[in-house]
Design a protein around this ligand. Structure first.
Ligand SMILES: [Zn+2]
Ligand SMILES: [Zn+2]
Length: 353
């Protein structure tokens, strides 16, 4: 008799791998919902239902997920899971792997409080599983209404919620508080000062008027970098690159966006002067900044973060892409602030206020 596998773990693993492969969140949700239902169902009932072929009659379980559960219970790796793991990527080059191993967390993560697909606790558990010591929760600010940006009031509620979650999370993992705050047209930050001051870390990003002329965009970015609340400059050029395998060529091209125009030297000088960090955004559709800019910033002596900008648990594993770019551009691991402990990281952010 083969040993039965854990169907919940198999369903969650499938969801994780699909998210990592940048599948649309709605397609992955079937697996996460089914995992939640199966986790609550007694084992004997699952076995009986698998034998009778009635797993899919449970709310939240479909034909595909029912088949996975049946295979798991029979001790077989679900065919669906085997198919995805067969297409997993190659190993990281040694220099990139060393940076990845040095990372202790992630400074740019979204939850379903804004435009992410999963609750904060699911993101946290997945991060802890990856071996992270922390991540900074950085949901959007009010201006970004399309992404359900958090009003001051909702952010206050989120801070209370995170404080409660932190008490229940596994030892050795902690959620740090934060925001991805919109950099407004005048360089101001889209949230109340009092709230920004309370957060562990603030990522500031430009999400609007990306085609403004260089002088205007430079002024806007430099003003934001000088703001004592901002710690990290998020996806600095705002570019979107095409992702291999995502639809046909025309569709991929339609989703690309050129980098914004700004004076890189002035922006890098401001980052250095105020001891802030430039984000190396690992999202496959961003990979921002471009390598030539990253090299300029590294030569100037800037600090960096390597972030995923994850909107689902599996996307937390995108750090590899950022590490690869950091290694290619010669960024030393100790200049990446999320290789630091949470204590050192928050001491550094506190020094800006
Ligand atoms: Zn953003
Ligand atoms: Zn983001």
């Amino acid at each position: 008799m083969p040993t039965p596998r854990d169907p919940v773990a198999d369903l969650r693993r499938i969801a994780f791998l699909l998210e990592r492969a940048n599948e649309a969140t709605y397609r992955v949700r079937a697996f996460r919902s089914a995992a939640a239902v199966v986790a609550k169902t007694p084992h004997d009932e699952l076995v009986a239902r698998a034998e009778a072929g009635t797993l899919a009659k449970m709310a939240g379980v479909g034909e595909v997920t029912a088949r996975c559960v049946t295979e798991s219970l029979a001790g077989e790796e679900p065919v669906y899971l085997r198919r995805i793991t067969a297409t997993e990527g190659a190993d990281l080059p040694a220099e990139a792997a060393a940076i990845r191993a040095a990372l202790r967390g992630d400074c740019h993560v979204h939850s379903d409080w804004s435009d992410g697909g999963s609750p904060i606790e699911e993101m946290a558990l997945a991060a802890a599983d990856l071996g992270h010591e922390y991540f900074v929760l950085t949901d959007h600010s009010p201006r970004l209404t399309v992404a359900r940006g958090l009003t001051a009031d909702r952010l206050r509620k989120q801070l209370d919620h995170v404080a409660r979650l932190n008490e229940a999370l596994p030892d050795g993992f902690r959620i740090l508080t934060g925001i991805e705050v919109d950099i407004l047209e005048d360089g101001g930050l889209d949230q109340e000062d009092e709230l920004l001051a309370r957060l562990d870390l603030v990522v500031g990003s430009v999400h609007s008027r990306l085609r403004d002329d260089s002088a205007r965009m430079t002024r806007r970015m430099v003003t934001a970098i000088a703001n004592p609340h901002l710690d990290v400059l998020g996806h600095m050029t705002g570019r979107k690159v095409s992702v291999a395998g995502e639809g046909d060529a025309a569709h991929r091209k339609a989703r690309t966006r050129p980098p914004s125009d700004f004076d890189l030297e002035k922006v890098v000088s401001a980052v250095l002067e105020h001891d802030k960090a430039i984000e190396i955004n690992s999202r496959p559709d961003r990979l921002d900044p471009p390598k030539r800019m990253l090299t300029v910033a590294r030569e100037a002596g800037c600090h960096f973060t390597v972030d995923t900008d994850a909107h689902a648990p599996g996307q937390l594993d995108w750090l590899d892409f950022g590490c690869e770019r950091a290694a290619l551009c010669g960024v030393p691991a100790d200049r990446i602030v999320n290789t630091w402990t949470a204590e050192r990281l928050t001491r550094w952010t506190a020094s800006h206020r």
